[in-house]
Design a protein around this ligand. Structure first.
Ligand code: GLU
Length: 492
């Protein structure tokens, strides 16, 4: 029966963390399934025991959940084609490996590590590409049986035909053609009984009725082998979409050495899932307004909610070229979404990034956050920038100095501020009122910086901060006086 429902999958190997590139692959697969009324499947490809990392599966589950990418079938969410964890499906792969042998499409290979190493060395010496020389293809039935009976370790390899053109039409990359002579007799089943990626991916994509295989272009050279396996097993070949890689700004493959690549790191820094999703969606795809619309001066839409992405995303319009992951652009999206928050949302989301807040009311904290949210890209950065309200940082007395003011002038300036503060009653202790009084008083100084800089520095303990009047209002009369007194003491 022809499979007409769209079913896509994300098939990560739990070998470390969830890479932002992986999250984008998951997103594209999810969007495509959802816009077609299809299903999105999560499958863990954990058959490489050497690379397996215990905590990695958890990072995948929590990263997807954070991003709002919900899978319809997968680990913990059983569906008709489970289990969805490959290490729990070993018998299935073995069965198909043996079926391939029976069909003459695969064969037992008894060459051990030593033999293969020697083979590679000889090939290297003759400047040939390393390739299995297919010697076990020639074993007789009797020889094979004898070896199997004696318990000799073996792998099962697929037979690659000679001189065959293998062609397919990739949704992103168009017509692709490989010559089978470039391919090695791929191991399908390893000596430990585990399948290789190639066998497992084909068996599972077929049994799980995947209609569209979406993955990054790194897997492109594997696809001709997969196509042969589909043919050998008499299965319908799914559509393929090989997505462009994510790149560092220097156009190299996005890697840990050049910045954060783990979704977890972005979560910790307080990036918002909406911003990440929106940004990742546009890394490799754009809504592509028609030239006529663009000519009218209209901008391409940049802000997309998940629902809008489901409606607008177009797998057929994904670019071929690698997409540069630009943290500045992600920051821009993040601040756009931060600005949309209500006061309550802002408070709730930033709370985990704040120190002990017991000395301040929610109202005061919301004022601090609002002053910073325009200037900070992430929740963690907002948390960092409001720290000084809670704990005055250690600072050098030189911070209090405006231009070439003498210490005695700084002291006088701070005393003037102290006086204004003590003369202002609680009710008038607002940014508006205070700025009026201070600016009036500043007229008596050579430059108003002489009054305002030491004031602001004493209140914030840092070089940059919001204007002093806002800080005064938020800190209130008591705390403000304390900080100014401390500064006077420092300079005296
Ligand atoms: N397990 C592969 C990976 O880690 C999946 C490749 C594919 O989607 O076929 O990326």
């Amino acid at each position: 029966m022809k499979n007409t429902t769209v079913r896509t999958r994300f098939a990560p190997s739990p070998t470390g963390f969830l890479h932002v590139g992986g999250l984008r692959t998951a997103l594209y697969s999810y969007l495509f399934a959802k816009q077609n009324g299809g299903r999105f499947i999560l499958r863990l490809e954990d058959t490489d025991l050497k690379r397996f990392v215990e905590s990695a599966a958890e990072a995948i589950y929590s990263g997807l959940k954070w991003a709002g990418i919900e899978y319809d079938e997968g680990p913990g969410k059983d569906g008709p084609f489970g289990p969805y964890i490959q290490s729990q499906r070993l018998e299935i792969y073995k069965k198909y490996a043996l079926e391939l042998v029976k069909k003459g499409a695969a064969y037992y290979c008894f060459c051990g590590e030593e033999t293969l190493k020697q083979m590679r060395e000889e090939q290297a010496a003759r400047k040939l590409a390393p390739k299995y020389d297919r010697r076990c293809r020639k074993l007789s039935k009797e020889e094979i049986e004898k070896k199997l009976e004696s318990g000799a370790p073996y792998v099962i390899r697929m037979k690659i035909p000679q001189g065959r053109k293998i062609e397919f039409d990739d949704i992103v990359r168009g017509k692709i053609s490989y010559n089978s002579d470039e391919l090695d007799d791929q191991v399908l089943l390893k000596s430990d009984g585990y399948p290789t990626y190639h066998l497992a991916v084909v068996v599972d994509d077929h049994l799980m009725q995947i209609s569209h295989v979406t993955r990054t272009e790194e897997w492109l050279p594997s696809t001709p082998k997969h196509i042969l396996l589909y043919e050998y097993l008499g299965w319908e070949i799914p559509r393929f979409a090989h997505l462009p890689l994510l790149l560092n700004t220097d156009k190299t493959k996005m890697s840990k050495r050049k910045g954060d690549v783990a979704v977890e790191d972005y979560i910790k820094k307080g990036y918002l899932p909406q911003a990440m999703i929106n940004y990742l969606a546009l890394l490799g795809w754009n809504p592509g307004l028609s030239p006529e619309v663009l000519a009218k001066g209209e901008h391409e839409q940049e802000m997309f909610s998940m629902q809008e992405l489901i409606r607008n995303f177009d797998l057929h319009k994904v670019h071929k070229a690698g997409a540069v992951f630009d943290i500045e652009k992600l920051n821009w999206f993040n601040s756009q979404y931060l600005r949309k928050f209500s006061d309550e949302e802002l408070l709730e989301k930033t709370r985990p990034y704040l120190p002990n807040t017991k000395d301040f009311s929610n109202e005061q904290i919301i004022r601090m956050l609002n002053l910073e949210k325009e200037r900070s890209a992430t929740l963690a950065a907002i948390g960092e920038s409001v720290k000084f309200y809670f704990n005055l940082p250690e600072y050098e007395s030189s911070l209090l100095k405006w231009k070439d003011m003498a210490d005695s002038d700084i002291k006088k300036s701070l005393e003037t501020s102290r006086e204004i503060i003590s003369q202002t009653d609680e009710q008038s202790f607002t940014s508006q009122k205070l700025s009026e009084v201070f600016l009036e008083k500043a007229k008596g100084f050579k430059n108003r910086g002489e009054l305002l800089w030491p004031l602001r520095a004493s209140l914030s303990g840092q070089k940059f901060s919001p204007p002093p009047f806002d800080i005064l209002e938020i800190l209130g009369k008591g705390k403000s006086s304390e900080r100014i007194n401390a500064a006077i003491e420092k300079i005296s």
